[in-house]
Design a protein around this ligand. Sequence first.
Ligand code: COA
Length: 710
Amino acid sequence: MSTKPSPEITRLFEPRTIAVIGASHDPNKIGYKIVQNIVSNGYAGRVFPVNPKGGEILGLPVYPSVRDIPDEIDVAMIVVPAKAVLQTVQECAAHGVKFVPIISSGFSEVGNLEEERRIVSCAREHGMRVLGPNIFGLYSVTPSLNASFGPREIPRGNVAIVTQSGALGVAMIGKAAAEKMGLSAIISVGNKADIDEADLLEYLVQHSETRVILMYIEGVKNGARLVATLKRAAKEKPIIVIKAGRSKRGAIAAASHTGSLAGAAEVFDAIMKQCGVLRAESIQEAFNWCKALATSVLPNGTETVIITNGGGIGVMATDACEKYSVELYDDLQILEKIFSPVTPEFGSTKNPIDLTGQATAEHYHRALEAARQSEHIHSVLALYCETALFDVAAFEPMIEQGFWAFHRQSKPVLFSALGGEKIEQLTETLRRRGVPIFADVTEAVSCLGALYEHYRYRCKPDEKADLIQIDARALPQIFEGARHEGRSFLLAHEAQQLLGIAGIPVPQSRIARTLAEAARFAEEIGYPVVMKVVSRDILHKSDVGGVALDLDNTQEVIDAYGAILQNCRRHKPDALIDGIEVSQQVPPGMQIIIGARRDPSFGPIIMVGLGGIYVEVMKDVSFRALPISRQEALNMLKELKSYPLLLGVRGEEKRDIDTVIDVLLRVGALLQQCGNIADIEINPLVVYEHGRGGIAVDARVLLAQGGQQL
Ligand code: COA
């Protein structure tokens, strides 16, 4: 099957011509609504309704089939029942249509995967792209195109929304209007049979009218590509994600809703953070961030001051600053110099700057001006609690003019005003004029936190992944042994061999087949030694008495050899015993876990955390999508609650962090360079003091089903 090159994604958002196949004469049907929305929004291109009945819809001539349209078609909206979609897609492909957004439901979301695959493969063959199926359509501000069956009026603005849920998308249009938040695009991806978020980001990132991108995601299909696109896109514009399917029940609901698997919450969060994406907890939080970030400038630094007329809201804002990683400027001398000329009696020039309950609009204006003009201050939170002195007529222009003055100076300012009806009036008017103002101080601080998260990601230098090349020549032998025996995992000594090849330090060890060999190997390795049974039939060696520790001399080795064999024969009489492994007993150190696996959503991912037997209880781990740089590996360690243990607490020496980073990169390289490995986990990596390295004491390696051979 030959595949034609795909059209530029711009044509989906900015089509010159659009057909609606299944355009209905009945005003109550979706096929009519879409034509009506396109026409009434003033779309500048040509519109071609298609329906076998012919006639006219809203004054437009109706074509019996797409074949009869005399023009080239950029976008053909498909609004016919599921059973007629494939044939319609075939006709579109034959006519050279570039994009087919399929509104119709009845595909993978209800288990009809086969038909969906047929549709996509027909489209690909002809170089046509499919959006959906199971979508509500798209809105795009540049050509003023509302090709959806959502609301007719969509407020114009700078926020683009990409949503996997159509119903939520329609609701978000309504909410955007209610919140005075204008949209530059809204596009529903539905089942993501072909076009996904990564495709759409390519357009939205370079689209000048889009300043913020909001994505509602249930499941990720091609995660590796999404990661690469997001990493680039978030350097250009703030990208906000709401992820559904975090809880186990939610994930099941999302999976049945969209036909795709929801990624595990921890992995998703960690990878979004790695990509510089802002993760919102709720639609309201996401909308607040969109409004603030679409209107805000980027700061030139991280020092923030809070200006308030109430001690209480000042303290609440201070707490929220800690939660949302907003740094409060704390040079008391400079603060006093800046603010004492503008602070009323009994006020405070410590951050929060307290203008007291007697503060008027004039006090606020002067304090804001002082902050704006100071080079020490990079952003401001201006909070107001309604008092008897509140005067809408004075506050409204002061806030609006103040906002734009800050804007011109590249200093973000966010307002919060709490009170009754008059304050609500003020808020409503200011929002309509594009000023970010919130009732709740925490909401305002959370927006500034999101802005700073985006700022920090943009300031981060672009990192190149540190790739370690594994010498793969000896690897096939290890995997071959396992395949030959029909095993989907490596035995402990094979796993150690694998790590050794990857340059990861492992304890010295040999496999003894006789008692004499065991004694000799122990002498050669040096005491103390550890002995473990080697058997493909015994996975949990300790459970059957197959492990002996702290062996200090030949006699203890002889005794342990006999005891291990006896224990294993008693507990697992049928087990085939390949030998007894004699290993160097490594001195104790800090225990770290390092794992890497192929995530169903994101492809190769890596994890590091506090290791040992309590790993499941502590759950102190961090994740990233591979590949990573040395710096990113260090960032992973810094995220751990137990990171201070690596730095050394209570007089302990610092641990060998370089070794942990090196092992992380090597485990990542193993997974990426060996298609045979599905999952690899070292637990523990025993880490010693700085400069004394570490040793991977135990490793578990699972093999990919039918994984590619090296
Ligand atoms: N080519 C062109 N027109 C066709 C056609 C074809 N092959 N087959 C049917 N039509 C016409 C019909 O004649 C009808 O027009 P008419 O009303 O003027 O007679 C129109 O297309 C619609 O077909 P109809 O059978 O009446 O279906 P419908 O309007 O009840 O439903 C869908 C069609 C696509 C809306 C429906 O099948 C569906 O999937 N609904 C769910 C949509 C949804 O929720 N999507 C997800 C949103 S998040």
